[in-house]
Design a protein around this ligand. Structure first.
Ligand code: AP5
Ligand code: MG
Length: 210
């Protein structure tokens, strides 16, 4: 399965990608996690990306396209992958179409903006492996520590309310047009993302059946 997850910030892409990775036994490639790792390690990419991420804007297309063409060519992607956060613009989708990487399906997880604001205001993320938690909806077993790798849980820099507003605007303007783009190609599947995490996973798996 070569799958794109397309959803608003905070709709649960990362959370569902984790479940789908286990289900299909394929890796998740999360552009957000890659960029945040680079920011933490203070690489050139990290320095460039942080200027955009902290304003809720997108990192330039040419940077993302080059990064992803390289990443998707690595051996662990041979048997399929889940893309969490790419493509996010028509230019990125066109670059993917023009590459030799074939995509099977595109899944949209639909959650209204009001719900997203509540989700992002309680989110915690592992600084080591990128797994996300929530203060109310998905508590870690040990306060402040990742269940998977024991890493410290942090509040993401771009989860401040003003930045969340900008991220939602950016999504509606630049990423939402991809829904029609993939619908016209017959690749789009839609899942309701308002329910609890496990119920959403059931919706997601059902949407991917056909
Ligand atoms: P990225 O890291 O991809 O952020 P995002 O798209 O804004 O999405 P999030 O990670 O915030 O949300 P999510 O859908 O993964 O939600 P999660 O599962 O955590 O990108 C960050 C930035 O990097 C971008 O703004 C951009 O600047 C840059 N970037 C990345 N890719 C790029 C690209 N291709 N081009 C250009 N720039 C790029 O869930 C959210 C919270 O809700 C969690 O706390 C979770 O526990 C909880 N939750 C999840 N599901 C449920 C549920 N069903 N019920 C209750 N709570 C739930
Ligand atoms: Mg995420």
């Amino acid at each position: 399965m070569r799958l794109i997850l397309l959803a608003a910030p905070g709709a649960g892409k990362g959370t569902q990608a984790e479940k789908l990775s286990e289900h299909y036994e394929i890796p998740t490639i999360s552009t957000g996690v890659i960029l945040r790792t680079n920011i933490k390690e203070e690489t050139e990419l990290g320095k460039l990306a942080s200027q955009y991420i902290n304003d809720g804007k997108l990192v330039p297309d040419e940077v993302m396209i080059e990064l992803m063409e390289k990443r998707l060519g690595e051996p662990d992607c041979k048997n399929g992958f889940i893309l969490d956060g790419f493509p996010r613009t028509i230019a990125q989708a066109e670059a993917l179409d023009n590459s030799d990487i074939d995509i099977d399906k595109v899944l949209s997880i639909e959650v209204p903006d009001e719900k997203i604001i509540a989700r992002l205001s309680g989110r915690l993320e592992c600084g080591k492996c990128g797994t996300t938690y929530h203060k109310e909806y998905r508590k870690p077993q040990v306060d402040g520590k990742c269940d998977k790798c024991g890493g410290d849980l942090n509040v993401r820099e771009d989860d401040k309310p003003e930045t969340v507003k900008n991220r939602l605007n950016t999504y509606h303007q630049q990423t939402e047009p991809l829904l029609d783009y993939y619908r016209e190609k017959g690749m789009l599947r839609v899942a309701e993302g308002q329910e609890e995490i496990a119920d959403t996973t059931a919706e997601v798996l059902k949407a991917l059946e056909d």
